[in-house]
Design a protein around this ligand. Structure first.
Ligand SMILES: Cc1cc2nc3c(=O)[nH]c(=O)nc-3n(C[C@H](O)[C@H](O)[C@H](O)COP(=O)(O)O)c2cc1C
Length: 178
């Protein structure tokens, strides 16, 4: 089993996936691990919403409504499982919203990595409708909540050639104080 370094180097986004998807129970295992990200004051300022089957059509309708269109957008049908990532801001004098958003985002990145490493194809998707009222309503978001997008999850197509993204040259991204 590869370590975290290998998993991170091998991870990539999968824009096309098959109809296979992790079960709810499998997903819970990954979420339990992803939820272990560093979390200032352990506020757990996040939650996830699992969209399968017709849930995706409800999202498609909300996307169209947000754009002033009728009907159902087919965008959410691009994967069998969508995981909506929600930042749930908690009241805190110590931990501002940006830190809480960093935690929610960290959970999403970690979850993507764990799913990828387990053999699932994942891509984090957003759109100009991500923060639209109709979309928030469809997800039942509360006043203290915002969407960070959706992890589209499915099977990695067997026909896809193994593809490694260009390696990141770390040197320009690491410096010292000016
Ligand atoms: C917050 C966030 C939003 C994203 N939104 C989209 C999106 O709307 N559409 C898309 O094709 N990819 C989206 N991506 C995925 C990136 O495009 C992808 O990570 C990038 O192309 C690099 O590919 P790689 O992950 O395979 O290295 C998003 C990624 C993040 C972190």
């Amino acid at each position: 089993m590869p370590g975290a370094l290998d998993a991170a180097l091998a991870r990539r986004s999968w824009s096309k996936v098959t109809d296979a998807a992790p079960t709810h129970d499998e997903l819970l295992q990954f979420v339990a691990a992803a939820g272990r990200v560093a979390d200032h004051s352990s506020l757990r300022p996040w939650r996830l919403i699992e969209l399968r089957g017709e849930d995706r059509e409800r999202l498609g309708r909300a996307i169209n409504k947000a754009q002033g269109d009728k009907g159902v957008s087919s965008k959410p049908l691009r994967a069998p499982l969508l995981i909506a990532v929600v930042a749930s801001y908690r009241k805190s004098h110590k931990v501002p919203r940006w830190e809480q958003e960093a935690v929610a985002s960290g959970v999403a990145h970690m979850l993507s990595l764990l799913l990828d490493e387990a053999g699932w194809g994942v891509i984090w998707r957003t759109g100009h409708y991500t923060r639209a009222k109709a979309v928030a309503k469809a997800h039942g978001l509360k006043k203290n909540e915002e969407l960070l997008g959706w992890l589209y999850v499915g099977g990695k197509p067997a026909s896809s050639r193994p593809e490694r993204r260009k390696a990141v040259d770390a040197r320009p991204f690491v410096s010292r104080m000016p």
